[in-house]
Design a protein around this ligand. Sequence first.
Ligand code: PRP
Length: 186
Amino acid sequence: MTDSSLRVLLSAAEIQARIQELGKQITADYPSGTLQLICILKGACFFLADLARAIDREVRVDFMGISSYGKGKTSSGEVRVTKDLDISLEDSDVLVVEDIVDSGVTLNYLIHILEQRRPKSIRVAALLDKPDRRLRPVHVSYVGFRIPDEFVVGFGLDYAEKYRNLNDICVLQEPPGAPGQCLLAG
Ligand code: PRP
């Protein structure tokens, strides 16, 4: 797709190579048993599809929908589950798969509620991490790329539902919105 407002930050080749590395690392870290992957809709489904195939272990996948009140996320942690899991997590090794950790509000909330379901272990894999934007603490065990505080789209990340199907991750150079307005990635 040719779009002059996009600048490639991470190419498809870089992304795929890094996902293979993460898959090897995860395979080594979980030497036995089944790994339960939990994909946070919608953006992470692209990362999940490639990561699951890069893990040389039995994996299962399930999906969870999360909504933040409005898009003006704050440290108030106002998040709700819009689609819950179909499966129990009891005694499972759980890996939460996210496309991006930004403020950390979503994951901070999510980990809290998933821990109440008594998994054997729970970790997070995120393709992108924007540490400069953190409002809530989150421990991410597997990070694809740490990126600067720029508005990124592609490989699952959208702006108003657009651009999710880009193979690259791009900076949207002139995102719509008033100058100085805070635009949230993802
Ligand atoms: C994005 C991303 C995370 C969340 C991270 O989802 O997938 O779930 O935002 O932001 P935070 O760290 O500030 O909480 P988004 O709400 O854009 O939904 P989408 O994946 O359906 O586009």
